[in-house]
Structure formats: C-alpha cells, structure tokens
Design a protein around this ligand. Structure first.
Ligand code: CP
Length: 312
C-alpha cells in the first residue's frame, strides 16, 4: 500500500498510478471527517504558502482549493489574470517567477492553454497542481468524481460509467476516462457525432449515440455541458435541438428499471443537458461532488507537501 505519491506535481491523471489514486482517496476519507467536525481546521500546512493562479474563470474549483488550503492552515495568495499584469504583456513564466520570488511553495493553476502546467513544472521548483488546462485535463475534478462514485457504489470493478455530452471540448471527460479506467470501471461516451473526438477508440472507450441505450447500460451517468466558449464553429444546430436529442430528462430515466447515479461537474445549464427535475432528484449527487472536492483537494495538497517534508 503506497504511503507517498509517486509524483512531485499533479499535472494530470495520466501521470498518476492506481496506488496514487487509492492513497489520495484514503487521505481524503480522513479529511472528510475533519471538515464535518465542529472545528474544521488542522495545522498540517502551517508553514506552506500556496498561490492560486487562475487565468480562466472558475467558481467551484477556485473556492474549493482556497477552502482546502485554509482548512489545512496554509498561507494563501490569489491571482486572477483579469486584474494582473498579464494584461500588460507579461509572459506566463515571468509572472510565475515573480510570484515565486515571494517564497511560494505550491502553485494551483487554471490556464486556457493545454500543457501550461507541464511547461511550468519544467522551469520551476514549486509543486504544480493543474486546476484545468484548456481542453486537456482537469485531474482534481476526475478524482473527486471517482471518489464520489466510490462512495455510492463501493467498488469500480464491473461498474459502467457513461460520460454524456460535449466530449470533444471537455478536459473533465479525458481525466475521468483515464481515472475510471485505472480504477477498473468500464467507460463509454454518448453525444452527437460532431462532439465525440475521432481518437476516442484509442482510449479504449466505447461510443453510444443512442441516449436511451447508454442509460440502460450504465450505473453512473456523468453529464457534461456544451462548452460553447471553446467552439469557434457550430458543432450542433441549436441548444434546443441538443436538448431534444441528448438532454437527460425524467421521462428517459423512468423508462429504465434501475436508479442510476446522476453526476455533473458543473456549471449546469438547466434545461439543456439536464432538466431541473433530474439535477435536483434523489439520484443526483451533484452537490456531494462539490463537498467531496474539498476533501480530495486537501488530500492532494497534504500529500504533495508531505513529499517535500513540509508537514507539521
Ligand atoms: N467543475 C468546474 O471545474 O467548475 P468551475 O469551472 O466553476 O471551477
């Protein structure tokens, strides 16, 4: 059983072993207990300073990381590209080196360019945590998603997960596929042919274009939104048509004879990829995912700091 992460950074699920993921889950179990206590704070990261660098919008991930850092007693600085000197033409490396000269131990970064965290990890000594890089990976989202599935189903072996929606533009989809496969689950994707990447079969993932058949096959439906901000051409005729053919609604779920687990990483577009009666139903664990995100991020920060010998 692993007691230390095999990696200095969390750049993507691709670079984690199954043992790393299981260690993160075991550590998150402890932190989930901590955040449900009356006193939710531990001193573990008292001498650690963390910079949250967000070059792209975020609600859940940014707040979740900040909360996780504060629950671990780290010193936290927040950076938002829209109010920084990036607007004056400063490069990513110059920005980060300037921040690091203020003695920062860890960087949590969201960036629109795929590979930006890998680039930084080759130039600086601080631990880098990828909080989403363009259409590439969103490893902490995949870890909290898999952790939430583990909570619901106990095991991954012989469990079927379908990821619905805009797979082509989704970093959540790739990280989820890699994570769930490492843990032993079977994964399919379902969406319009224009939003399924051509390379999907190389990932060992099945494709189902029929939503009803996909729902019948799965134990878990992870529903993604259409990422219009990443689409420079039209991939679907309209959101109304997408909703009609690929939206998950109560009528579809009532036709299958089991209660599948409904997930969504957020932000939700109600009435497009998911109806409100499904998003807010007992089957939905959308808010549990958000709660688990704090415990998972505490676990990652703790384990990376432990690797550096920085734990109190
Ligand atoms: N799930 C997710 O990454 O949400 P945010 O973009 O709000 O961080």
């Amino acid at each position: 059983m692993a007691v230390q992460l095999s990696t200095k950074h969390l750049l993507g699920i691709k670079s984690l072993t199954k043992e790393d993921i299981e260690l993160i889950f075991r550590t998150a179990d402890n932190f989930k207990d901590v955040i449900n206590r009356p006193i939710k704070k531990v001193p573990s990261l008292r001498d650690v300073t963390i910079a949250n660098l967000f070059f792209e919008n975020s609600t859940r991930t940014r707040i979740s990381f900040e909360l996780a850092e504060k629950r671990l007693s780290a010193d936290v600085v927040n950076f938002s590209a829209s109010s920084s000197s990036v607007k004056k033409g400063e490069t990513l490396l110059d920005t980060v080196n300037n921040i690091l000269s203020m003695k920062i131990d860890m960087i949590v970064m969201r960036h629109p360019a795929p590979g930006a965290p890998v680039f930084l990890s080759r130039h600086i000594d601080a631990n880098i945590i990828n909080a989403g890089d363009g259409t590439h990976e969103h490893p902490t989202q995949a870890l909290l998603d898999a952790y939430s599935i583990r909570e619901q189903l106990g095991v991954f072996e012989n469990k079927n997960v379908v990821i619905f929606g805009d797979i082509l533009h989704s970093r959540v989809a790739l990280s989820n596929i890699l994570c769930l496969q490492k843990l032993g689950a079977k994964v399919k994707v379902c969406g319009p042919p224009t939003l399924i990447p051509k390379y999907i079969n190389q990932l060992g993932v099945g494709v189902e274009y029929n939503v009803q058949k996909a729902l019948e096959w799965c134990d878990v439906a992870n529903i993604l939104r259409i990422q219009l901000e990443r689409q420079d051409i039209k991939f679907i005729p309209s959101l109304r048509e997408y909703s009609l053919y690929y939206g998950i609604n109560r009528k579809l779920l009532d036709k299958i004879d089991k209660d599948i687990v409904i997930m969504h990483p957020g932000p939700i577009n109600r009435g497009v990829e998911i109806t409100s009666d499904v998003a807010d139903s007992k089957q939905s664990i959308i808010l549990q995912q958000v709660e688990n995100g704090v415990a998972i991020r505490m676990a990652i920060l703790y384990l990376l700091a432990a690797r550096r010998g920085k734990i109190q």
